[in-house]
Write a protein that binds this ligand. Structure first.
Ligand code: ATP
Ligand code: MG
Length: 695
């Protein structure tokens, strides 16, 4: 029997991005939507009529183009690339890759020989085309009523000033610059300013600790750090400059010294309150006042690095993923256009922070390459009320809204009036990314938020893939809750069994990608060996994603969860997410996470962490009821051996994903081997879990 044939990892994690800050547990269910849900492969198709302006309105039309894209990748992508400005055209000979370790070093190359600049293509191209007066950023502050608009021309001027300043402090092509900033216009401006002069940005999410910052600054040796005096999210003020100072001190102790720190004064923390090192620190406003608002573009090679970004760290120490310019640009622009049916002038909102890959590809580069008006929201989705997201949609008449399951689930927990009080008639397309979306949350997003009018694009991809890989194209084929449907152009997914044999037709396996795509990572910064061993050694010749996947008769792909998350109980393969989904269907359970541990008889046993719903207290009866729910929904073999009530909540990454490897170590009493926890949103969760263990 194929080891994965019973793998039914129905991910139904239940959480909220701000859980650790506001309410560790105790999330209330919407009463009408409570109850157990069907796994996604048993869900009926949903046909939402939508006529895409891109012209791809049927699966047949898609398949014609898809075939071209895999039969002649060089020709297909060259055609797409011609839609952008190049200083020098690429050499068609140089679109080549080797993914097979047996044939030597793994290397990926697209458009080599060509010279371009992504900042030019995001800004100058539109300004030169006469669209400089159009809004580029629609910025919404933490407090309702706080807002600002920047046109494409104003953005270009600001970018040029910063590029000039970077040059004035000696930053050259290839140098790394760390950005640790709140979600204000200056953050994407700083990314674009680096790109303009060929410097490599490394955005560090401004929720990370001083240690995490130090690690990243050191790893890629950033001589320059750009930050702000502080930031504000909901009711919380974050002393960013203080954290940077602490982080740079740690880095210095470890032998790396950053030379310059540029600081934007944010009203949340006035300059008098900032620690300051006169020899190193510079205020943004004063520095820009001396810089010209014109700066020539550095035409860089297509394979010159554009940025590096550390992964979320859900499964291990974050990896410094390196992306280059040409292929990434072409794919960011093209996927954004087709997946969101994005046209110039559309008001588009992606709720991700620039600190994640989604904030790079689908908040900054992708939408700007398409000339859209981009909403940037600095605050949290539930401040001052759970209706804020929908008020922003109404205020800006947002057409495309791209967000994450964790946010959808946290807003779903509140009364529907928070949504329906705002006018959402501008919405055309909804999107989700980051984790599998459970069908109940999908339904709510579809019916309550989108009133059944808006296709939901469930996009599966990774920091490493650079752009969406599996995704619906709106209106082109029927959707299914929790299903990412079909591969994007040029993407060749395969399902491998544990022996590395390709599964044909309908079936399940480990998702791998065959053949390189333009937006793929090129290496892990400073560690090409780790790049090869992480992604190309599990199955020779394929890119290994680490995710499990199912393909059905229609050819649709459904992500079933991470491969590491499968537990083997007495020969039964149990998907953690399936058990979690069953636990979460019980009224007493707000959130659950399940891990395996070594069991003398069964091989592996099941250990379940449960966050109780508001108003429920821990008791042996509740434990019994939870175990009974799993027995009845999945079977006796999946009944948890231990239930651990977690009053302080679950360990999650800053991007809202549950960190199961930490839960595994706590369950097996190996807390001395927790590994890298620098990406935890709230490290305080760990001691609370240790205290409550065995109770
Ligand atoms: P690390 O690689 O450091 O462990 P990470 O995998 O969480 O962290 P990301 O690159 O942010 O880092 O996340 C990519 C992963 O997120 C995918 O491999 C997949 O497990 C999950 N994911 C993303 N989008 C979807 C989706 N639409 N459906 C299901 N899973 C998704
Ligand atoms: Mg990953």
């Amino acid at each position: 029997e194929g080891a994965l044939s019973r793998l039914q990892v129905l991910a139904a994690h239940f959480g909220t991005a701000e859980a650790s800050e506001n309410h560790p547990g105790g999330i209330k269910r919407h009463p009408t939507l409570a109850g157990a849900e069907e796994p996604s492969h048993q869900q009926a198709s949903v046909n939402t009529p939508y006529k895409a302006r891109t012209g791809i309105t049927s699966r047949r039309e898609y398949e014609r183009l898809y075939r071209q894209s895999v039969e002649d990748p060089a020709g297909f992508w060259a055609h797409v690339a011609e839609g952008y400005d190049w200083k020098q055209k690429w050499d068609t000979e140089h679109m080549r890759s080797n993914l097979d370790l047996d044939r030597g070093r793994v290397s990926i190359e697209w458009f080599a020989g060509g010279r371009t600049n992504i900042c030019h293509n995001c800004l100058d191209r539109h300004v030169e085309g006469g669209r400089g007066g159009q809004a580029c950023f629609l910025w919404e502050g933490n407090e309702p009523g706080q807002d600002a608009v920047m046109t494409y021309k104003q953005t270009l001027d600001a970018v040029c000033q910063l590029s000039n300043w970077l040059k004035s402090v000696g930053v050259k092509k290839g140098d790394r610059v760390a950005l640790y900033m709140p979600l204000i216009c200056e953050l994407p401006i700083a990314m674009l300013a680096c790109a303009r002069i060929g410097a490599v940005h490394s955005v560090i999410f401004a929720g990370f600790s001083a240690e995490a910052l130090a690690q990243r600054v050191q790893d890629c040796q950033c001589r320059v750090v750009i930050t702000a005096s502080g930031g504000i999210r909901g009711k919380k003020t974050i002393p960013l400059k203080q954290i940077v100072d602490d982080g740079l001190k740690l880095a210095e102790k470890a032998g790396f010294k950053a030379e310059v720190c540029l600081v934007f004064e944010h009203p949340a923390v006035p300059r008098q309150k900032c620690p300051w090192q006169a020899a190193r620190d510079v205020w943004w406003r004063e520095a820009m006042a001396r810089q010209a608002s014109h700066c020539p573009v550095e035409w860089v090679g297509a394979e010159d690095p554009l940025f590096l970004l550390y992964t979320s760290g859900s499964t291990g120490k974050p990896k410094g993923v390196l992306h280059t310019t040409g292929g990434y640009m072409v794919m960011a622009g093209c996927t954004t256009k087709y997946i969101f049916d994005l046209q110039p002038d559309d008001v588009y909102w992606c709720t991700a922070d620039c600190g994640w890959i989604t904030g790079h590809t689908y908040l900054t580069y992708g939408p700007l390459l398409n000339g859209a008006q981009v909403v940037l929201y600095e605050g949290v989705p539930n401040y001052p009320s759970p209706g804020r997201v929908w008020q922003i949609v109404e205020k800006y008449k947002v057409r495309q809204l791209y967000t994450a399951p964790t946010l959808i689930r946290s807003l779903e927990a509140h009364d529907a009036h928070f949504v329906t009080d705002s006018d959402r008639s501008s919405l055309r397309i909804l999107g989700t990314v980051g984790e599998p979306i459970n069908p109940r949350a999908w339904d709510w997003f579809n019916k309550v938020v989108g009133e059944g009018r808006c296709p939901i694009v469930d996009t599966w991809w990774q920091t490493e893939t650079g752009a969406a890989m599996l995704t619906p194209l709106p209106g082109a084929w029927p959707l299914r809750p929790g299903c990412a449907t079909l591969p994007f152009f040029g993407v060749q997914p395969v399902l491998l069994d544990e022996k590395g044999k390709e599964v044909q037709g309908a079936g399940e396996g480990i998702l791998c990608l065959k053949a390189a795509w333009p937006g793929a990572l090129r290496t892990i910064y400073g560690d090409h060996k780790r790049f090869e061993s992480t992604y190309f050694s599990t199955f020779k010749g394929y890119y290994f994603t680490g995710d499990g996947c199912r393909r059905d008769e229609e050819g649709y792909y459904t992500i079933t969860g991470r491969v590491d998350d499968v537990i083997n109980v007495s020969g039964h393969r149990v998907g953690t997410a399936e058990v979690e989904s069953a636990l979460q269907s019980h009224d007493t359970c707000a959130e659950a996470a399940v891990v395996g541990f070594d069991h003398p008889i069964k091989g592996q046993g099941i250990y379940a962490y449960v966050v109780l719903a508001d108003g429920t207290s821990a008791s042996p009866e509740v434990k019994k009821a939870l175990v009974a729910t799993v027995r009845s929904q999945i079977g006796a073999f999946a009944a948890p051996d231990s239930i651990h009530f977690a009053p302080g909540g679950l360990p999650k990454t800053r991007s809202g994903k549950i960190m199961r490897r930490v839960l595994r170590k706590i369950a097996t009493k190996e807390e001395d081997q927790l590994g890298d926890t620098s990406t935890l949103a709230d490290p305080g969760v760990v001691p609370k879990l240790l205290e409550t263990r065995g109770k």
